[in-house]
Design a protein around this ligand. Structure first.
Ligand code: PLP
Length: 342
């Protein structure tokens, strides 16, 4: 059985969080002489530490109560907080399925946590036998990071494998759904109530076009969200970024339009890339990028750079593969033209 207190670091359970001036006074009107702010200027006041207005928008978007939503300074903060709340430096471990998003391993390294890596199978799916064997062999695995749709492979992971994992593992399961907006798959957010150990991670950086504002989102039980709020920096999301995020979320039409264009462009790129002799294999994608295998990815990558087209060379993690983001129609045409010239 999952026991949140048992897997949380003792110092975090006992931590008395910093209480900011704005946490203590709840009203909106008043003479504010409590936070040593400058009384002049357009951005002189500290932001809402709990991001209430933004969370109310997100609550409506994800159909979850605000108390089950955490907003981080990008998904990076969400990932880092999972380490700082649950993983004892130098002692605990986490598990990832590779190839996957590099930040899990980097965050593990920063926090002095061993990052165990199980390779995804030939279809880029979780190998449940290897998982069982790993969970039987290793103790002190505190969290498992799953990315679905996975970066850089692009595929959704099988739902029943994720369900099996959630049932067999008694630690925290972080499900990174950064690319779910582009997918036909079903988000796990609606199933949170059935899994007290599940943390779903989303972001405004991809489909919402807000990468510059650094808005990462975690959805989980009120208890896990409470721990994240306790450990985060008091003013982790600037007022400028909160405002920008709210404005983006208010413009659902722009979101839908951009997402639809990207999805249509992706289908066009699949057709066009498949027709090129240079392309050896094109992997199925549930995201806004394509993983493409070439004869010689390093050579293709260098030649594209010379034409000022920058793609993500993933040769070191998947031999001869390049990850290509779907851009505007003009950008995609420029890439296709450049590949034809190679
Ligand atoms: C791009 C991406 C994110 C988003 O990160 P932010 O810090 O929110 O910009 C998260 N997870 C994965 C797997 C990604 O590829």
């Amino acid at each position: 059985m999952f026991d949140l207190e048992k897997i949380t670091r003792k110092n975090i359970l006992e931590l008395k969080p910093y209480s900011s001036a704005r946490d203590e006074f709840k009203g909106a009107q008043g003479v504010f002489l409590d936070a040593n702010e400058n009384p002049y200027g357009p951005w002189n006041r500290y932001p809402d530490p709990q991001q209430k207005a933004l969370k109310n928008k997100l609550a409506r978007l994800f159909n979850q109560p605000a108390e089950q939503i955490f907003v981080g300074n990008g998904s990076d903060e969400v990932i880092d907080l999972v380490f700082r709340i649950f993983c004892q430096p130098g002692v605990d471990k986490v598990l990832t399925f590779t190839p996957t998003y590099g930040m899990y391993e980097v965050a593990a390294g920063i926090n002095d946590i061993t990052c165990l890596q199980l390779p995804l199978d030939a279809d880029f799916e979780i190998d449940l036998d290897a998982l069982d064997e790993c969970l039987a062999r290793e103790d002190r695995i505190k969290a498992i990071f799953i990315c679905s749709p996975n970066n850089p492979t692009g595929n959704l992971l099988r739902e029943k494998d994720i369900m099996t994992l959630l049932q067999r593992f008694e630690g925290i399961v972080v499900l990174d759904e950064a690319y779910m907006d582009f997918s036909e798959g079903t988000s796990w957010i609606s199933r949170l109530s059935g899994y007290p150990n599940l943390v779903v991670s989303r972001t405004l950086s991809k489909a919402w076009g807000m990468a510059a504002a650094r808005i990462g989102i975690a959805l989980a039980s009120p208890e896990i969200i409470g721990l994240m709020n306790k450990v985060k920096a008091p003013y982790n999301i600037s007022a400028l970024n909160q405002q920008a995020a709210i404005a983006a979320l208010d413009n659902d039409a722009a979101y839908q339009k951009a997402r639809n264009i990207i999805i249509v462009q992706k289908e066009k790129m699949i057709q066009a890339l498949q027709a090129l002799d240079l392309v050896q294999e094109l992997y199925p994608s549930d995201a806004n990028f394509l993983l493409v295998r070439f004869d010689n990815a390093n050579e293709v990558y260098q030649k594209l750079i010379r034409k000022q087209i920058i793609v993500r060379n993933r040769d070191t993690v998947i031999p001869n593969c390049i990850r290509i983001t779907i851009g505007t129609p003009e950008e995609n045409d420029a890439l296709l033209q450049a590949l034809k010239e190679i």
